[in-house]
Design a protein around this ligand. Structure first.
Ligand code: AMP
Ligand code: MG
Length: 520
């Protein structure tokens, strides 16, 4: 297995001078060298062939001893120096101080086809940043991260990727519901891949500690490798950098809203500086459309990270990043100006995104109203978001009175829709039909546009749970089936039609399906 290693992060940024792998507060440190824990009986469950290729590896490498050794953390690849990153963050709105890679260990960076990839293991043991944790991950959360990161990529959502999913062969103790019922679960390791895993929190750490030289080095490093178009370091460049991160973050959020993804833990340590979806924990997919829905039971009291609040939280997190970058610029106004335009830009981009979901190519002043009225209709009774938009593409011009029947499959209780609700829907379909008159697309053209932005298949919470239940019995067929299906979320894929269905009733209140905790 030949890998083109080109490390930069652990060569150009300040290393922890302490080499002992002991939990502690660090200083003047971007990362600490640490080697992965050797798993007792590693076993490969699945590998992403697309990522294998992206890293310049061969398909035949997947089943080699060395692949198993390197991506399970059993052996360090020759001439590489694994490390855990130091970062801080705001968690649930409060300053949390030093966090860092508590159970992620970066192996190396690869350059292939002119693309840089950082490769890291999640769940491979303690680091100086493990705090109260054990540095391990369980199979259930690893399957969720593995499947979802590849699924998001195929949906066109900026995300970290995954190369492989392995069992460690070790048992991991978890109190899944935080109710005093801890149990042993199978340990697992996901190999994650991204151009970089730098988070807002990496910048916050240095500023909080008044390590401004380190802050500058980290920012210059990030610009040099990941935002080279911004040019040489200067105050102006730092402002442009903040604007570029804001733009990428906003773009990511618009995608989340489009596909109905709820991250669940939008703490600043879980915000990628590259605008990638990162750290798949208690995330979830909207089933019945509901702005207030959060998959994370840890957040169900305060309801900070619910679907409808994701755009606001992103802005709040960007404000924390602005505070962290402030010492490089020492003027608040440029940051304020950028933050102040976020809301307007969000509204404009959200509107464009919603137009695309509705198959509208032109823009019209009444569109915001049409969309708002639709959202009100979606809330009249439990309506499956994914199925609704997919079925809506079957709407035929001048058949407004058939609208409700066209989308019927999306209703959780189709027989309970009162005449009053029906007439509100009919009114909306009349407006939609009128609006379509100012477009010059045929029904077929509109359908094909809509089906390229409204996925047919997403990783519904219950699907992941079914795959997990089977995997816990050493049957990985469903992991593979979902992985394959989610490669083409916008295609019809008749052989997977059974997955184009509303959440089954048994999953309504089941742990892992409607309730997820941070325990992973
Ligand atoms: P999260 O909210 O899952 O992104 O994690 C927040 C912080 O807790 C990060 O610094 C993680 O590295 C750390 N952490 C989470 N789970 C564990 C674990 N099992 N062992 C050590 N650190 C962990
Ligand atoms: Mg995290």
């Amino acid at each position: 297995m030949q890998i083109n290693i080109e490390d930069t992060f652990n060569k150009e940024l300040p290393a922890d001078s302490v080499l002992e792998n002991k939990r502690r507060q660090v200083s003047n440190t971007a990362f600490s060298f640490v080697v992965p824990k050797v798993p007792s009986k590693p076993k490969l469950i699945h590998a992403s062939e697309a990522m294998v290729k992206a890293l310049g590896l061969q398909k035949k490498d997947i089943n080699t001893r060395q692949f198993l050794d390197v991506f399970s953390g059993s052996k360090v690849y020759p001439n590489t120096n694994p490390y855990a990153m130091a970062y801080a963050g705001h968690q649930f709105g409060n300053w949390a101080g030093q966090l860092g890679d508590g159970r992620a260990i970066n192996l190396f960076e690869v350059v292939h086809d002119s693309k840089r990839w950082a490769v890291q293991l999640k769940g491979s043991g303690e680091t100086p940043y493990s705090r109260q944790g054990d540095g391990l991950a369980v199979l259930r959360s690893s399957i969720r991260e593995y499947l979802c990161s590849e699924a998001m990529h195929h949906l066109g959502v900026p995300t970290t990727r995954a190369l492989s999913l392995m069992l460690s062969g070790d048992e991991v103790l978890r109190d899944m519901l935080y109710n005093g019922n801890a149990e042993y679960e199978k340990g697992a390791i996901v190999c994650r891949v991204a151009p970089s895993f730098i988070r807002f929190g990496n910048f916050e750490l240095f500023t909080a500690r008044n390590e401004i030289e380190n802050l500058k080095n980290l920012t210059d490093y990030t610009i040099k490798y990941f935002y080279p178009e911004l040019g040489k370091p200067s105050k102006e460049t730092y402002i442009k950098f903040f604007k570029a991160v804001t733009d990428r973050t906003l773009e990511m959020i618009i995608h989340w809203q489009r596909v109905g993804f709820v991250h669940g833990v939008m703490n600043t340590d879980n915000m990628s500086i590259l605008g990638l979806t990162i750290d798949y924990g208690p995330y979830g997919w909207l089933e019945d459309f509901d702005f207030g829905w959060t998959p994370n039971t840890t957040d169900s009291q305060n309801k900070r990270y619910y679907y409808g609040n994701q755009p606001n939280i992103a802005l709040w997190n960007l404000l924390q990043l602005a505070n962290a970058l402030y010492p490089l610029v020492e003027e608040p106004k440029p940051f304020e100006d950028i933050l102040n335009t976020y809301q307007k830009e969000f509204e404009a981009q959200f509107l464009d995104m919603m137009r695309a979901k509705l198959g509208l190519k032109n823009s019209n002043d009444e569109d915001a109203k049409l969309i708002q009225n639709l959202e009100e209709c979606l809330l009249l009774s439990e309506t499956d978001m994914t199925i609704f938009y997919r079925e809506l593409s079957n709407f035929k011009k001048d058949k407004a009175n058939e609208g409700v029947a066209v989308v019927k499959k999306a209703f959780y209780f189709p027989d309970d829709i009162s005449n009053e609700k029906k007439s509100q829907w009919n009114e909306w379909f009349q407006d939609y039909n009128n609006r379509l008159k100012s477009e010059n697309l045929s029904d077929e053209e509109r359908q094909s546009h809509m089906n390229s932005v409204n996925p047919k298949y997403v990783l519904r919470n219950y699907m992941a749970q079914l795959a997990i239940d089977k995997a816990n019995e050493a049957d990985y067929t469903l992991v593979d089936e979902l992985f394959e299906m989610l490669k083409k979320p916008y295609d019809e894929q008749p052989k997977y039609e059974n997955w184009y269905a509303k959440r089954p009733d048994w999953a309504r209140h089941k742990v892992g399906c409607s309730m997820l905790s941070c325990s992973s």
